[in-house]
Ligand binder design. Structure first.
Ligand SMILES: Nc1ncnc2c1ncn2[C@@H]1O[C@H](COP(=O)(O)OP(=O)(O)OP(=O)(O)O)[C@@H](O)[C@H]1O
Length: 675
């Protein structure tokens, strides 16, 4: 805070200010040893020929440029040493610029243009709108609030520009040829308004002009030629009124807040909505491709993994009698040589008592005819595990209707068999539950993993009558273990029944490998579900990576598109960038603004891409489930949604980084000079 009361301090004081520019090897002196003070509530006119240094002086007064020598005091504080962030705050809170070319933002209404500095200052919407309307009223344009600059006359546009300069109620108003683009009547209006701002509202107003007529009405006239102050004419020695309405300079550094930038970015996007949508479309396509391909990959994987897991718990080891000589592939032994070790009930007992073993039971797969009333079909039947093992997680097949039963004459049938037995297009499969069906056992073979040849029953097996207690989706039927053992005896030609395979359950996952190798050492071949799952996972990881890469390429192309569009946008919006800098945005704010715009485009594209990708995925699921009884192959796990959003937003931000830093590095004085 200033140490003296404000009214006794000059708003601004220049002390021996010089400004040099380097043009090639030539040193251009734009200002030389300029000193003067500006009192509050006064109008100061700066006159001089073209190239005399007027604009340079105005830029130094407004904190857009720094002096090469000398210093500038604002309310007693030397701003020449301030950081660029402090100068940005100074422009935001202490200075209001009015330009010859108005520099209104064409895509914003009059009201939105006036709101701009308030938006940067983080003023909430209602207060911002009320203040902007009040200012438009002050300049006589309340009825034009919703007009765009193109719909305003030059005089009206300049009045809107003055309202914008007044938005933050700055003590200092700097006008650079404010009447240069206006006819004399409108020019007169503007000058009258500027004088009123000084004399009625207490702002210190500085007007750069070529017009000698205005000089006559100023409180003070400074003439400048070749950078040197030639005359400092005070027309009225009486002290003008002390300011009452203006706010003094406050020292704590305040930055433009993220929400304000986000609102501006959103505003800017909304103004160019169709372009934003087109740009975001690239991201949408990329994300959609990624979601769809990876979703299919992930869905297929969980489908395959689900089928494998439905075969039994992960702690299960499938044992077959053959000794193993080559690597276990995904589907069991590749080649089998050497002797065969039979699996008998004694072997099962041995397996059950191995360290780490929880239990063991025989594998067998029966092929059987099934008849119900007049309909007949065939099915494969497996034994359910022995009842003491039913408590093991995942060991029982999942029933889609009815229940699992351990009674000897009960059976679980596959849904497909139930459909075939009931006949008709959409039979009510539940109807079969509780009914008796007839079985005609045909052959027996090993477990699904343990292979083994087919053989028919050694003793005649008549028709077996069983009750359907439940239905399963696995495509295989199940009978209680003791029932299967009984059938096995009927298939056996010798007194000692040998089984085609066995399942040994480990106590837990970490015991699986040790147990499996012990069994292998006994001369048996083993396959574990966790082996199978591991290789499935490995294969799918590769598939997912490959599919993801295809989506990734689409995203890179989309990123390039965003980069190009944003670069064009920066060129097109040079003036807007200049205005934003003049009203107090820092370089960083400009780059953040462009990055936020890119992020918003990326996120919108990603959301659209998620919708498109999952929509197509669900359609595919619809087709597949129609064709294959309720199966689906597209999945949209949460991580894929997050990945889609992160990639969409991330690619857009990376693509927008170069244009954003280009926008931030633009010199605001050059940007505003561009016509
Ligand atoms: N960025 C720059 N690089 C080199 N020289 C510059 C630069 N800006 C201004 N100058 C030079 O400084 C001098 C003063 O320029 P300035 O724009 O302040 O004059 P002016 O009085 O505002 O002119 P006009 O009335 O035509 O706008 C001129 O000789 C100009 O060529």
């Amino acid at each position: 805070m200033p140490s003296e009361p404000m009214a006794t301090l000059p708003v601004l004081a220049l002390h021996h200010v010089s400004k040099h520019y380097q043009r090639g090897t030539e040193d251009v002196v734009a200002l030389l040893d300029v000193s003067f003070e500006l009192a509050p509530g006064t109008v100061t006119v700066i006159l001089g020929p073209s190239g005399g240094g007027k604009s340079t002086l105005l830029h130094i007064l407004g904190g857009m440029d720094r002096p090469s020598e000398g210093h500038v005091d604002v309310f007693g504080q030397d701003i020449s040493t301030w950081s660029s962030d402090q100068l940005a705050q100074y422009r935001r809170e202490t200075v209001g610029f009015v330009f010859q070319a108005f520099h209104l933002i064409a895509s914003m209404t009059a009201l939105e243009n006036v709101e701009l500095p308030l938006l940067l200052a983080g003023v909430p919407t209602t207060a911002r709108r009320a203040r902007a309307l009040e200012l438009l009223k002050r300049v006589g344009l309340e009825t034009r609030a919703n007009h765009y600059p193109g719909q305003l006359s030059g005089g009206q546009a300049q009045r809107v520009a003055i309202a914008r300069a007044l938005a933050a109620n700055p003590p200092l108003i700097l006008a650079d040829e404010p009447t240069g683009n206006l006819d004399s009547a409108s020019g007169e209006d503007i000058i009258r308004l500027l004088i009123a701002l000084a004399h009625e509202d207490g702002h210190s107003v500085v007007i750069v002009t070529h017009n000698e007529e205005f000089a006559a009405r100023a409180d003070r006239v400074l003439r400048i030629r070749d950078g040197v102050l030639h005359g400092d004419l005070k027309q009225e020695e009486t002290a003008p009124m002390a300011p009452t309405a203006v706010t003094p300079l406050d020292t704590p550094l305040r930055h433009v807040k993220w929400p304000a930038l986000w609102r501006m970015a959103w505003h800017s996007l909304a103004r160019r909505l169709s372009r934003g949508i087109l740009t975001g479309l690239g991201i949408a396509i990329g994300v959609a491709a990624m979601i769809l391909l990876m979703g299919l990959g992930s869905g297929l994987k969980s489908h395959v993994v689900g089928s494998v897991v439905s075969l039994g718990p992960l702690t299960a080891i499938n044992v077959s009698p053959q000794s193993q000589t080559t690597d276990n592939g995904l589907f069991g032994p590749q080649a089998v040589v050497g002797h065969s070790q039979p699996i008998t009930s004694r072997t099962l007992l041995t397996f059950a008592h191995l360290p780490g073993s929880r239990g063991a039971y025989a594998n067998m797969t029966f092929l059987s005819g099934v008849t119900w009333r007049s309909r007949a079909t065939t099915t494969a039947l497996l034994p359910l595990p022995p009842t003491p093992l039913w408590s093991v997680n995942g060991i029982l097949p999942k029933v889609s209707a009815g229940r699992v039963s351990s009674r000897p004459a009960d059976i679980l049938l596959p849904v497909s068999v139930a459909k075939a037995l009931l006949g008709g297009k959409h039979p009510d499969i539940q109807r079969l539950i509780g009914h008796r069906v007839q079985l005609h056992l045909e052959t027996v073979s090993g477990g699904l993993f343990s292979g083994g040849g087919l053989s028919g029953p050694a003793h005649p097996v008549g028709t077996i009558s069983v009750t359907v207690t439940g239905l399963v989706n696995t495509g295989l039927g199940y009978v209680p273990y003791p029932t299967a053992l009984g059938w096995m005896r009927q298939f056996s030609s010798t007194a000692h029944v040998t089984y085609p395979g066995a399942t040994v359950l480990a106590h837990n996952l970490s015991a699986v490998n040790g147990l499996s190798s012990r069994i292998t050492k006994m001369g048996y071949s083993t396959t574990t579900l966790s082996d199978a799952l591991q290789s499935i996972n490995k294969s799918f990881r590769l598939i997912e990576l490959g599919l993801g890469a295809v989506g990734g390429i689409a995203l890179v192309v989309a990123g390039l598109m965003i980069g190009v569009v944003m670069s064009m946008s920066v060129l097109e919006r040079r003036r807007e960038i200049g205005v934003l800098r003049a009203v107090g945005a820092r370089r960083r704010d400009i780059s953040r603004l462009f990055l936020l715009e890119a992020l918003a485009i990326g996120l919108m594209g990603a959301v659209a891409g998620l919708a498109i990708g999952s929509g197509v995925g669900l359609l595919i699921n619809g087709f597949v489930s129609h064709a294959a009884a309720g199966d689906t192959i597209f999945a949209l796990p949460g991580w894929l949604i997050i990945m889609g959003l992160a990639f969409g937003g991330g690619v857009a931000v990376i693509a927008g980084a170069i244009p954003a830093s280009h926008a931030a590095s633009l010199n605001p004085i050059d940007a505003l000079r561009q016509e």
